[in-house]
Design a protein around this ligand. Structure first.
Ligand SMILES: NC(=O)NCCC[C@H](N)C(=O)O
Length: 415
């Protein structure tokens, strides 16, 4: 079996990457919410219970669940020399500038013997008070003290439980993303180390995009329609330039099968931050859609330029969304199911709480937030198997079941 294998949004899910929300959520404060991309402070205990219920639904349905923190701890355990390199990179990317503070933080982190505890600490963030005893003997550094907006010498990474975004599985490879925001860009360091050094992934995973590229792209915008067509959102989080760049990389890669990208230009807003907040596939011929994107949506086809491998051909599709999808999926007809049936207020409310953000674990079988009862009732009426998970606290981070999961292996779909 290949380490990564994802050629659709709906093939039976065999293996998925999650992150159980941890103490990083305790380090959210009203003043940091906006910068750290949260709308409220979740109650950690309940968020963890909800997340465990999500993992249980997946396991009960035959999915192997692996956790980011475990893969990263295994990566360090398998490569004893890597701890130093990782810690130095983590410290640099946390924005710690002076040699003096770098050394203090390095020693503080390196004092964790247990690799998993160390990784969880890097995720949680480091408050300057935790270093107090070590700081007592040195002068404070003006540079680090004035450049810090909070008491954190390393900010927490509260968005880590949205494992969908730092990288995206595509066929047997990944897009290792450069993220839109400073706070989320730090998250991709874990995927970088896992793909480069974890015994199961090292040398097994092609990279079609790299976190050091100049343009930003996030996994919530990347949808595998089939083994040769991707849909990618042009959104608040993903730039058109990044899509052209990944298109050229995919089209010229000897092992990648992708020959067409459909770029979906969606409105740039907080509510619609990624394509998967407004549009997910739930069966071979069915998608959930937020009605709010239907008017402004533009779809572009991107293919290789046969005359120039440094360029791509871009064509706007002037057709109804359902016709475009049916054509590229090679099926007679596609049904779009509107969030909350299209009722304006209910659709806006439920989309805000990720009513369109479903995780499909087999054709016609989806995991959803139970709070979106109008949309869920409609999906059941349409014949879908709807597996509901609790969501009072997790939803405060503005992401749903698709955002909280990164498929590593799916079975092929018989079209
Ligand atoms: N794919 C997704 O839509 N992920 C949700 C990300 C939510 C997170 N608070 C963010 O703003 O990035």
């Amino acid at each position: 079996m290949t380490a990564i294998h994802v050629t659709s949004e709906i093939g039976k899910l065999k293996k998925v990457l999650l992150h159980r929300p941890g103490r990083e959520l305790l380090n959210l404060t009203p003043d940091t919410l906006e910068r750290l991309l949260f709308d409220d402070i979740p109650f950690l205990k309940v968020a963890q219970e909800e997340h465990d219920a999500f993992a249980k639904i997946l396991r009960d349905n035959g999915v192997e669940v692996v956790y980011l923190e475990d893969l990263m701890a295994e990566t360090l355990a398998a490569n004893p020399g890597l701890r130093e390199q990782f810690l130095k990179q983590f410290i640099d990317e946390a924005g710690i500038k002076t040699e003096k503070y770098k050394k203090i933080v390095y020693d503080f982190l390196n004092s964790y013997d247990d690799n998993k505890e160390l990784i969880l600490k890097t995720m949680e963030g480091i408050n300057v008070n935790e270093l107090d005893s070590k700081l007592r003997n040195i002068e404070n550094s003006l540079v680090d003290l004035v450049s810090d907006e909070s008491n954190f010498i390393a900010d927490p990474m509260p968005n880590l439980y949205f494992t969908r975004d730092p990288f995206g599985s595509i066929g047997n490879g990944v897009s290792l993303n450069r993220m839109y925001s400073v706070t989320r860009n730090r998250e991709t360091i874990y995927a970088e180390y896992i793909f480069d050094h974890h015994p199961e992934y090292k040398g097994q995973v092609d990279k079609y995009f790299d976190r050091y590229n100049p343009f930003h792209i996030e996994g919530g915008d990347i949808l595998n329609l089939n083994d040769h067509v991707l849909a990618i959102g042009i959104s608040q989080r993903t730039q058109a330039d990044a899509i052209e760049m990944i298109a050229k990389n995919l089209f010229s890669h000897k092992d990648a099968k992708i020959d067409t990208i459909l770029a979906f230009n969606i409105p740039n807003s907080r509510a619609f931050m990624h394509l998967d907040t407004v549009f997910t596939q739930i069966d071979k011929d069915k998608f959930t859609v937020h009605p709010g994107i239907m008017g402004p949506l533009q779809v572009f086809e991107i293919t290789a330029d046969p005359d120039n491998s440094n360029e791509v051909l871009v064509k706007e599709m002037n057709d109804k969304l359902e016709n475009i999808l049916a054509r590229y999926l090679g099926i007679p007809k596609v049904e779009l199911i509107m969030c909350a049936g299209g009722d304006k207020i209910a659709a806006e409310r439920e989309q805000w709480n990720d009513g369109s953000n479903t995780l499909c674990i087999a054709p016609g079988v989806i995991v959803v937030y139970e709070r979106n009862d109008v949309t869920n009732a409609l999906l059941k009426e349409k014949g879908l198997t709807v597996l509901e998970m609790p969501s009072a606290e997790l939803s405060r981070g503005r992401g749903g079941p698709r955002c909280m999961s990164m498929p590593l292996v799916r079975e092929e779909v018989e079209w």
